[in-house]
Ligand binder design. Structure first.
Ligand code: UD1
Length: 419
């Protein structure tokens, strides 16, 4: 196990290049299961969740290689079982369910367990696939699905689930006839998946809106595809510029996909300027001020940026009210931020943050991916030394975060936990 040791209080200055998006890469890699020929993916981030996905693809019969952000996948004879060992480390493994049913008519995928940020069931994935002709049983902790060919269907999601939309979109590409998916997720990562599938020969319309139509085709071919940049990583670094009182230029920043985050950061007093060479971020001359925010499905404010914005608001003038409406247990960072001197009160799904003059370094514990990022941000701004423990969560979703931060002046290093 490793820790991050941060000596805080230095304004960050310089340039950071945003990596490929984890949440776009995971479903797009999983879509290889649908293909008749090899595919090449570029701009793939080097992350633990990506390596888990590649291991899963290998087990399912799609050998992969990964070098310098480039993944080559050659689908072969498919296997139908996604084992618990892998699924328990990454919930997104459930994204192989739709593709396996579409290709093989059978899938055995371990039921993802609960996780730190809430129960996160997959009932919406399953009931939608049932509408397409699949049947499911739960056997010894595995979802056992089968179908005699998937049929197009008209499906209305009760909630615009990101993973559910992606699973169904993939399944519908090879189903017989037309599928209409209503109340779907509109996240940019869903759009990136649809673009990839279209490049492979799928017939999809409406991605990015709340209704997607898919006409099933007989087969999909591989292609070469560049994964979109990571809007959550980008947002985290914008917040890093603000919380440290520095100035960062983000290259490869998906500015057009970040409206809700940009609006809130600007409302909180940051200057964010789109330039030809990247996106420049710094606190405005009036300093940081409190804002209210409620997490929502895209195009609303993303839950994956809630913890990082909260860290920033801990040092803003005035009060902020943060309402988390997507996940029921996504405030694990609050008690750790309080240990660093933040003034935060929790009441159900809402957190009231009163800005304080400064944070003080402390040993803190990461509990999930974005909570870890918020603790790193707080550590960068805090006086003294912060030790962030359990950073394996961070490594699931941020590519070489400490290396990128060191390059812009942060005093941050990775050390073995017993050092
Ligand atoms: C994806 C993202 C995650 C992000 C989340 C919300 C990936 C790999 N992960 O997760 O980073 O935080 O979107 O933007 O892309 N729900 C159900 N039943 C279901 C499915 C979901 O009740 O069958 C609930 C969940 O418990 C949660 C909410 O719907 O409360 C949103 O979940 P969903 O949009 O499915 O998130 P994920 O796809 O798991």
């Amino acid at each position: 196990m490793e820790n991050l040791v941060i000596e805080g209080g230095l304004p960050l200055r310089g340039e950071i290049s945003v990596s490929g998006s984890k949440n776009a890469a995971l479903p797009i890699l999983m879509a290889s299961i649908l293909l008749n020929g090899p595919a090449v993916f570029t701009n793939v981030p080097d992350l633990r969740d990506i390596h888990t996905t590649l291991r899963l693809l290998e087990i399912l019969g799609c050998p992969c290689s990964f070098r310098n952000g480039r993944v080559e996948v050659s689908p072969g004879p498919l296997q139908s079982e996604a084992p618990y060992d892998l699924v328990k480390t990454m919930r997104a493994s459930v994204l192989c369910l739709g593709p396996l049913l579409a290709r093989l008519g059978v899938a055995r995928v371990a039921m993802p367990g609960g996780c730190a940020i809430g129960a996160r069931p997959v009932n919406l994935h399953l009931s939608a696939l049932e509408r397409m002709g699949a049947e499911f049983e739960l056997e010894e902790g595995y979802i056992h699905g089968k179908c005699a060919g998937l049929r197009g269907a008209h499906i209305q999601f009760d909630f615009p689930t990101v993973g559910g939309t992606e699973n169904l979109l993939m399944a519908a590409c090879l189903a017989e006839g037309e599928t209409v998916l209503e109340n779907v997720a509109r996240e940019p990562e869903v759009v990136d998946l649809a673009r990839f599938l279209i490049r492979c020969g799928a017939e999809i319309e409406g991605h990015g809106s709340s209704v997607i139509r898919v006409r099933g085709v007989r087969a999909l071919n591989g292609c070469e595809y560049a994964i979109m940049p990571d809007r959550i990583e980008a947002g985290t670094f914008l917040a890093a510029a603000g919380i440290t009182g520095g100035e960062l230029l983000l290259r490869n920043c998906p500015y057009d996909d970040m409206d809700a985050v940009l609006i809130k950061l600007r409302e909180a007093g940051m200057d964010i300027i789109q330039r030809a060479d990247g996106v420049l971020a710094r606190p405005g001359s009036g300093g940081l001020r409190g804002v209210d925010v409620s997490t929502r499905p895209h195009p609303g404010f993303p839950t994956d940026m809630q913890a990082q914005l909260m860290a920033l608001l801990c040092l803003a003038d005035g009060s902020s009210m943060i309402d988390e409406t997507i996940f029921e247990n996504r405030f694990m960072h609050v008690q750790e931020l309080v240990r660093m001197g933040a003034d935060i009160r929790l009441s159900g799904s809402a957190a009231m943050v009163r800005g304080v003059e400064h944070l003080a370094g402390a040993p803190v514990m990461a509990s999930d991916l974005r909570a870890s990022a918020s603790l790193v941000l707080a550590g960068l701004a805090a006086r003294g030394k912060t030790v962030v423990q359990r950073i394996y969560h961070l490594d699931r979703g941020y590519e070489r975060m400490e290396v990128k931060l060191q390059a812009v002046g942060a005093r941050i290093r990775r050390v073995p936990a017993d050092a």
